[in-house]
Write a protein of this length. Sequence first.
Length: 510
Amino acid sequence: MSKNTYYVTTPIYYVNDKPHLGHAYTTIACDVLARFKRLDGFDVKFLTGTDEHGLKVKQSAEKAGMTPQQFTDEVSVTFRDLVPLLQYTNDDFIRTTEERHKKACQALWTKLVETGDIYLSKYEGWYAVRDEAYYDEEELKDGPDGKKLAPTGAPVEWMVEESYFFKLSAWQDKLLKFYNENPHFVMPESRFNEVKSFVKGGLKDLSVSRTTFDWGVKVPGNGKHVMYVWIDALTNYLTAAGYPNDCSKYWPADLHMIGKDILRFHAVYWPAFLLAAGIAPPKRVFAHGWWTIEGEKMSKSLGNVIAPEDLVARYGVDASRYFLLREVPFGNDGDFSHSQAINRINNDLANGLGNLAQRTLSFIYKNCEAKIPAPSEYTQDDTILLTKAHNAIINVREQIDNQAFHKAFEAIWSVVNDANAYIDTQAPWSLKKTDTARMGTVLYVLCEVIRCLGILLQPVIPTAAGKLLDQLVIPANERSFVNIANHLKAGTVIAQPEGIFPRLEEKAAA
Ligand code: MSP
């Protein structure tokens, strides 16, 4: 029997920078999945957090005149603050500086030493002290005095450093076999192909410890070394599942959601570490695309970084969440523009969904003593629309299981559009004068469709969907996906309808 649990994770975010639109994008996607699965009856664990070790963080702390711990405490909060702002429903927030995490990293490390997959050796190469980085021979250029220089212009010297290595070279065939046996391990497929060709190209052992700085998890039994930040960071997914204690309730994770920039770590190194330790790899890694801003890469120097709080201040939480996941096919890169956001929000949310609800509910409020009318006989048009609304979950579930958010919302909006066309053709305002029984049926059908839409849309626009369901007086325990099959009680007195999405003015938003 398949497990009824669902474990979804975001990358843990570096604390050397403040959160921006890109970080929000990944977490919103996971939040929609987590909420969706809960409504679909799963026991969900949704994890996010911050990645707090490593040289970059140490340097940022120094620049800010703080200790690394003070610095990470301060920046980590800015990521935690996004939880209420964007209405994330994460069940845990992990920081890699927590004791539970250090314990998990050291346990995994010890296991890998025991299996012979981690060994002590020497790392040799061209090192630029100024950059604190190694460079390949081919990357170097000749300086004026004949000395070699890094591409950054920094002088390099041949360094020999003691380092622990992970025997990645031994995992090439086993990884390829694992990929073969798990054809949806990485999505989208094109990204999986990149991963496979990288592995087919041969794997070198990986240096997994550092002795040049100490801001990291100490290597068990050799305090001179701290663990390489990626082995530390990736282990967070296990820590939160309970490792090294029994973590079988949620592990293996169902989905690691990441940006395409960190795919190799998640799809090559991570499964190799896990297979070596005798732990099952996650079921899927989804690598989404990157956002640019009005055609430009988001960067501090260009001054075009979009902070999540600015987005919310401009469009509201629901509309921001919806726009980001609807506009660009999930997996592709996308370009953010305010004019596109305004168009999408006005068309789909204000004119599409908002208008449908407002027209229907305020008509009932004014003309039917605020009571949902009882239906009489259904026509074919009624049945077609009702069936489509009741069955939409089947297609939506499939799309969500493939992380195809845009397709899931497209399917939901096909119901919204049909319902708006239905209200125009059926014209309840005319039926009011000629056939009130038929008018009642039409209004009942519309309320029933709005109920289904309200339930289906809770994961992405939680506040607005909640308002719709409140207006229809749907009790809290009848808002799950199984309840879509219920039917509204005729005669229910609805609350006074209020608009759920105001139309945005282009000039006000510009
Ligand atoms: N700390 C590592 C991840 C360790 S996971 C074990 C890291 N952190 S990060 O802060 O740089 O951010 C990672 C994620 O933020 C990316 O993988 C991606 O999900 C998201 N994004 C950052 N900038 C982005 C865009 N411009 N567009 C979309 N997402 C982007 O890497």
